[in-house]
Design a protein around this ligand. Sequence first.
Ligand code: CA2
Length: 147
Amino acid sequence: MPNVVYILNGPNLNLLGKREPEIYGHHTLDDVRDLCVAMADDHGLQIVFRQTNAEHELIDWIQEAREEAQAIIINPAAYSHTSVAILDALNTCTCPVIEVHVSNIHARESFRHHSYVSHRADAVIAGCGVEGYLLALKRISTLLQGT
Ligand code: CA2
């Protein structure tokens, strides 16, 4: 059975590549999914790739991943900076968790500098554009090797 990696995306990331390209670049979220699936195939991983604008849905998916996944990659978007509930959900998971941000949140407004999710994340990748998702997958592949 292949290792399963949940890649979860929060609010407004459905607009990736369609607005504010100077901040978020030109790749759409569909492009990101395709790139992740291709890389996962190369590493023998299975991907579950989702986006939602609803906090409760992200929490439900984290709870699902707790049962189904060997690793979680999450871009919680604006909920990174506000949601103790998402942190609580991630804290129930024992698998590796990597937080990804397309932009460098530390070079932006001060309210983006703190992420609740970072308290749980095993690694945080910010400012690498959509390549951050692939770097996270590479790291997950390394962490899961031999499991
Ligand atoms: O840099 C990231 O990946 C963020 O998680 C993106 C969030 C933002 O609230 C975080 O501070 C950093 C925003 C996602 C909105 O995505 C859009 C994409 C294109 C156009 C408009 C919004």
